[in-house]
Design a binder for this molecule. Structure first.
Ligand code: G4P
Length: 264
């Protein structure tokens, strides 16, 4: 579907998760988006480390992309997008102008992996002021364009890119942020992997939140979390599944602090 829709657009607005900008992008988009203007939005930037947001922006810009950090939930950063669209599509706008075409709006599509925030972003960006422009000639019935302003139209259906599990680390990072069905994973294993990662990158986070110390093995740290949070099964045995759920939920909602798990 994306391949079909891409023919109709000038610009791809790709959403990545600011906590894992590498794992949350599907490299196939480079092939799909050949010849199109590109913007990358580091979404959920409120959950990521501010210093690393800046570093990722620099790195992606150095690769020729137009980049912004945004929080689609609150709308932070969203207003800067219009200016960036004009920059990213500067060549096209200039080409149109030379051909005597004026005021033809840029047509854009939002794309990203599931759960990265595409719908939240579209709602936030389009706001209530948007009007659907309806079907147009040459456009398959059912496709709707949202007219954002005189210079920009957005396809109302985002393009879904499937995550690419290039290696175990990519899969693990996607699981940490909740982009994989938790039911297919062993919670305790995932929690222990996350603890190893946090001990290396954010060593103060877990001791600070649960009032415990790092143990030599992650599973023992998880046991300490279970004790500190009163996760017990019958008798004295610890409920590690519950402790794992608490840890993952605290991480995903930012209660362990703002964190970026990948470095540019
Ligand atoms: P999708 O269309 O790409 O699949 O993603 P969607 O918009 O449904 O967003 C997935 C989840 O991410 C939602 O949370 C949404 O609120 C959250 N989200 C989107 N953008 C941001 C952001 O910039 N910052 C933060 N902190 N969260 C964001 P949910 O738990 O599924 O729903 P809700 O409880 O928030 O309503």
């Amino acid at each position: 579907m994306m391949q079909e829709n891409i023919k109709l657009i000038d610009l791809i607005i790709e959403l990545a998760d600011a906590r894992i900008p590498f794992a949350s992008r599907n490299p196939d988009i480079d092939e799909l988006g050949k010849g199109k203007s590109r913007i990358i939005l580091l979404n959920k930037s409120d959950l990521a480390d501010a210093t690393w947001n800046k570093a990722w922006i620099d790195s992606l810009e150095a690769g020729g992309m137009y980049v912004l950090e945004v929080n689609s939930k609150t709308g932070a950063g969203i207003r800067s997008i219009n200016g960036l669209v004009q920059k990213a599509c500067g060549e096209k706008i200039e080409r149109d102008r030379r051909r005597g075409i004026v005021n033809r709006p840029v047509r854009a599509m939002v794309a990203g992996i599931p759960n990265v925030g595409k719908s939240t972003f579209i709602n936030s960006f389009a706001g209530r002021a948007c009007t659907k422009t309806g079907n147009k000639p040459g456009v398959t019935r059912g496709r709707q364009w949202i007219r954002l302003n005189s210079r920009l139209e957005l396809l109302d259906t985002p393009g879904i890119l499937w995550p690419k599990f290039e290696d175990d680390v990519v899969g693990m990072h996607l699981a940490f942020i909740g982009s994989m069905n938790d039911e297919v994973m062993i919670a305790e294993e995932l929690a222990c992997d996350l603890l190893d990662c946090l001990q290396e990158l954010y060593p103060d986070s877990v001791p600070g939140r649960y009032g415990i110390s790092w143990e030599e093995r992650a599973v023992h740290t998880l046991e300490a979390i279970a004790r500190s949070r009163g996760c017990f099964l019958k008798g004295e045995s610890l409920d590690l599944k519950k402790a794992s759920a608490i840890l993952l939920d605290d991480f995903r909602s930012g209660r362990l602090g703002r964190m970026t798990l990948e470095r540019p």
